[in-house]
Design a protein around this ligand. Structure first.
Ligand code: NAD
Length: 500
């Protein structure tokens, strides 16, 4: 069949070029600019998520062995929230923003008009192929002598899967662009599902999915885009930026890094450990860009911290975590080998104080804690992106700031402390994409905050209004009338005018 023949065609430069030409035509027609189109596409995404939550969960399980609760909360619900927020705010975001003018242009008025950029490319990573932020509620009853009170507790969960692919799409559509999405080949079930569902639920004249790996991405990167939004590692980030530079295309690069956690004494250590654990192993078993990469604490506190972490890990995942259904597996054998290499380096393997078990047949690695690993080890010199958590110890906690500053700027940094001065010092002196005091990863769930890196951890930001802005040009517009025409600006520039 003709349709099937078409599917067999390799996606090369020629195919990429005609795809972009087609989308340019659709964008030029003006369809994507209207509020109605943007709204209908966002509603389509919402409907897609509602009607296919089970399929999304199944794809995530197939790609990552992701626990169902993590999929539902961190992926499907997150995308829903993102769409709903955009739908609620869209009219306001699209409205020109009035700004003050200066005396020089008096009388005049001015405004900033947000216009779509055009045809944009979104390249996403595998670890949260679907969506991202999610905020939900736990309701639990507490009974007293003769009555019961229902407590409603807001909870954050990491939902990244579909998020990484579709959250930027939400911003691109909301801003009125035509979009090509290239999901990661490392999560093939999710990639195939996204291609199928977006084809069914979205306007295919302006929104397309291209599946594939390096050759397909390379073909896409050869084209001229109006923006490239890339999520993944920094090495490929450089390839993306170099390709974009050829056409002077602006980029957003959502990269990674080594996100530290500083732990002070005098805190509720049990709560701190639970929050560290859920932000690390409760997120794709550590395969998350903002998962804690390493802990810094004092020599005095370290033994107690290790004890509490061990206890809480056992409470969450049992005595044999390789059997736990609540931990994702490692995404593929390459990443499994990479992680075991970090763990098996001679000077590192003897520092394991908890965990270390692995099962290559199931691609599983247990939550693993290492104490006092040497700073020159591999594990301390690349992003871990997995279930290993080294702890560095210092005499005084202030030394932790020098350790953090000596490395590349991380995507996130966390501190647990009740010390006001230490908090202030942390906020004012640690440079990272985002900071959280007394928790980990939850900044992702605050859609009024920008999410992005700084330095080596990324360029640009998104989420909520920041996603809309990332895919919009902020056009400066000044309105004048024919009144109040100042003759001084016109030649001849006489001495009389100079003296005025
Ligand atoms: P990945 O291997 O899925 O690659 C990401 C994308 O780059 C894919 O779509 C892939 O096809 C493409 N790609 C790979 N090699 C390429 C090449 N040579 N040329 C062109 N395109 C290429 O994902 P990954 O890089 O393993 O993802 C993990 C990294 O991403 C970690 O560093 C993590 O911290 C980071 N990350 C960042 C965020 C964030 O929001 N900042 C989110 C998730 C992951």
């Amino acid at each position: 069949m003709a349709g099937e023949d078409k599917k067999q065609q390799p996606f090369d430069s020629k195919a990429a070029s005609s795809l972009v030409a087609e989308l340019r035509g659709a964008f030029a027609s003006g369809t994507t600019r209207s509020y109605q189109w943007r709204e209908s596409q966002l509603r389509g995404l919402l409907r897609m998520t509602d009607e296919h939550e089970q399929d999304i969960t199944a794809a995530l399980r197939s790609d990552l062995g992701k626990p169902e609760l993590e999929s539902v909360l961190y992926e499907a619900a997150m995308l829903r929230n993102s769409c709903k927020f955009a739908l609620k705010e869209l009219q306001r975001w699209m409205m020109p923003e009035k700004v003050k003018t200066s005396l020089t242009t008096f009388p005049s008025s001015a405004e900033i008009v947000s216009e779509p950029l055009g045809v944009v490319l979104i390249i996403s990573a595998w670890n949260y192929p679907y969506c991202m932020r999610h905020f939900s509620f736990f309701i639990f009853p507490v009974s007293f002598a003769s009555f019961t009170i229902l407590f409603v507790v807001p909870t954050f969960f990491l939902h990244y899967l579909s998020v990484l692919s579709l959250d930027p799409v939400v911003g691109a559509i909301a801003a009125g662009n035509a979009v090509v999405l290239k999901p990661s080949e490392i999560a093939p079930a999710t990639s195939a599902l996204l291609a199928k569902l977006l084809g069914e639920y979205m306007d295919s004249s302006s929104i397309r999915v291209v599946e594939g790996a390096v050759p397909e991405t390379t073909a896409l990167l050869e084209q001229k885009w109006d923006k490239i939004f890339y999520t993944g590692n920094g090495r490929v980030g450089q390839i993306v930026m170099a390709a974009a530079a050829k056409h002077l295309t602006p980029v957003v690069l959502e990269l990674g890094g080594k996100s530290p956690v500083v732990v002070d004494s005098g805190i509720n250590l049990q709560i701190a450990c639970r929050r560290i654990i859920v932000g690390k192993w409760g997120n794709n078993n550590g395969q998350a860009c903002i998962a804690s990469d390493y802990i810094i604490t004092t020599k005095d506190l370290a033994p107690k911290l290790v004890d509490v972490l061990k206890n809480e890990l056992e409470t969450f995942y049992g005595k044999n975590p390789l059997e736990s259904k609540d931990l994702s597996r490692i995404v593929n054998s390459n990443h499994f080998t990479r992680l075991t290499k970090l763990l098996d380096e001679d000077k590192v393997s003897k520092k394991v104080v908890y965990g270390g078990e692995r099962d290559p047949t199931k691609l599983q690695i247990a939550p693993t804690i290492l104490l006092d690993v040497p700073r020159d080890s591999l594990i301390m010199n690349e992003e871990i992106f997995g279930p290993l958590l080294p702890i560095l110890t210092v005499d005084k906690l202030e030394e932790s700031f020098d350790i953090i500053k000596s490395g590349a700027k991380p995507l996130a940094a966390y501190i647990f402390t009740n010390d006001k001065k230490l908090k202030e010092h942390f906020v004012n002196n640690v440079s990272a994409g985002g900071l959280v005091v007394n928790d980990t990863t939850v900044h992702l769930a605050v859609h009024t905050l920008p999410f992005g890196g700084v330095g080596e951890s990324g360029i640009g930001a998104y989420h909520g209004k920041f996603s809309f802005d990332a895919f919009s040009h902020k056009k400066a517009v000044v309105y004048r009338s024919f009144m109040g025409d100042a003759a001084i600006r016109y030649p001849p520039y006489t001495n009389g005018k100079l003296r005025l």
